[in-house]
Design a protein around this ligand. Structure first.
Ligand SMILES: [Zn+2]
Length: 112
């Protein structure tokens, strides 16, 4: 009984730890998006020296980072949609339901 109780508490700790890591990851993601966007907006009107400008290179890198985040977000959205569809009860019922046998599936010829 004691081992069962401690195993349950340990499972809760792992779940809470995963939840905290997920929140930290989400916060870092949003913070990176916000800081990158703020940097681009702040430096959009800088005194550019032309070719070899460090600020322009940093803006280009930041834009590439934002584009990769958008691509990652789209991929994650598609994966989530696929997971949600596959976990939907209607889909699971369709997969689990045994095939109905009908006269057509048996290829029975119906003559008078
Ligand atoms: Zn520049």
């Amino acid at each position: 009984m004691l081992a069962k109780a401690s195993a349950g508490k340990e499972g809760t700790d792992v779940t809470n730890r995963k939840r905290i890591y997920a929140w930290i990851l989400c916060f870092g993601f949003v913070l990176t998006l916000f800081v990158s966007s703020a940097y681009i907006v702040h430096e959009a009107d800088h005194d550019c020296i032309g070719e070899g400008c460090d600020i322009c290179e940093t803006i280009a890198l930041t834009e590439a980072l934002l584009h990769s985040f958008v691509l990652l977000g789209v991929v994650l959205l598609f994966l989530f949609a696929a997971w949600a569809i596959l976990k939907h009860p209607l889909f699971l019922d369709a997969v689990r339901r045994p095939k109905r046998s009908t006269l057509v599936s048996w290829k029975v010829r119906l003559n008078n």
